[in-house]
Design a protein around this ligand. Structure first.
Ligand code: F6P
Length: 326
């Protein structure tokens, strides 16, 4: 196995709070280990276009508390091509980079997997996405912060919903995963969550209405996972307007504000642990794995598992919301 003396680090896909804490941890752990670090800007796009700078310990000073990613990020179409990945590999070699640490979500780790196989490059992935949809990791970097942001917003929406006796449909991110919706609904005391994982034929809206939510409450909040398939919160609000015109309905789409802001202490600690573990993993000869924390222990999850296996939502969480929203 070729010796590693220089690593490259990049963030890719949607930014997530805590990515800077991860960049900092990887950089400092690598330097602690005697390695050099190259910061690759704008994800795989920057690797293809040679946007690479030497990183020192000072490069990551005063970043742990900042949202977004100081390395910037992108979703690279060119990296999906063989030619794009060849350019990326050539730049990697020209910059003396022996191994890559990729911080990102599903698509980013899938890119790392193909790249590693095609060019025999050691790659380590860190789960960085607000969606929390990577199998094998209890929590992804950014998820906790986004969850707290949503809860803060829903608390505010609750004030106006109660004052007007309205039903609010609040749409949250998560791509194809309902973790943000389900858990923010529990934490904000919402009356229901509509999530993609609930794949039964039962109409989730009809169920919510027929539970008689108005027996004890005049207002309600339903958290809806974004969905390309049915149109998300707008779809449900429009249905209530036509099927139950007696209710006063409003929609709030939280959008990209969920991705911003200072990372929570939880995300900073998670990112710091994962960053240090990434360098230890490379040192031990680990390749092509995502580092995660599961049951409070560091785990190595092969890329193929992390990105291909669906991470299930615990049925207990669905039950908790149902029981508590009477
Ligand atoms: O994967 C993170 C995420 O924020 C998803 O929750 C969301 O569907 C998507 O990215 C939005 O992507 P973009 O920033 O490209 O609009």
């Amino acid at each position: 196995m070729a010796k590693i003396s220089t690593i490259g680090i990049l963030t890719s896909g949607g930014d997530a709070p805590g990515m800077n804490a991860a960049i900092r941890a990887v950089t400092r752990a690598a330097i602690f280990n005697g390695w050099k670090v190259k910061g690759i800007y704008r994800g795989y796009e920057g690797l293809i276009n040679n946007e690479i700078k030497d990183f020192t310990s000072e490069s990551v000073s005063n970043t742990i508390q900042r949202g977004g990613t100081v390395l910037k990020t992108a979703r690279s179409e060119e990296f999906m091509t063989v030619e794009g990945r060849q350019k990326a590999y050539d730049n990697m070699k020209a910059n003396g980079i022996d191994a890559l640490v990729v911080i990102g979500g599903n698509g980013s780790l899938a890119g790392a997997q193909v790249f590693a196989q095609e060019h025999d490059v050691p790659c380590i992935g860190l789960p960085g996405t607000i969606d929390n949809d990577l199998y094998g990791a209890d929590s992804t970097i950014g998820y906790d912060t986004a969850l707290n942001t949503i809860v803060e917003c829903v608390d505010k929406i609750r004030d106006t919903a109660t004052s007007h006796d309205r039903i609010f449909f609040v749409e949250v991110m998560g791509r194809d995963a309902g973790f943000l919706a389900q858990n923010s609904a529990i934490a904000a005391g919402a009356e229901a969550a509509i999530i993609p994982e609930d794949q039964t034929d039962v109409d989730q809206l009809g169920q919510f209405i027929s539970r008689g939510f108005r027996k004890s409450k005049n207002s309600s909040i339903v958290i809806v996972s974004e969905s390309k398939k049915d149109g998300g919160a707008m779809y449900y609000a429009n249905r209530v307007r036509t099927e139950y015109p007696e209710y006063d309905v409003r929609v709030t789409i939280l959008g990209h504000l969920q991705r911003g802001g200072k990372p929570s202490a939880f995300d900073r600690i998670l990112a710091s642990r994962l960053g240090v573990a990434a360098i230890e993993a490379l040192n031990e000869g680990q390749r092509n794995v995502m580092i995660g924390v599961s049951n409070d222990k560091i785990v190595y999850v092969p890329f193929s598992k992390a990105i291909k296996i669906d991470k299930p939502i615990d049925k207990e969480l669905i039950n908790v919301l149902n029981v508590l929203s009477i």
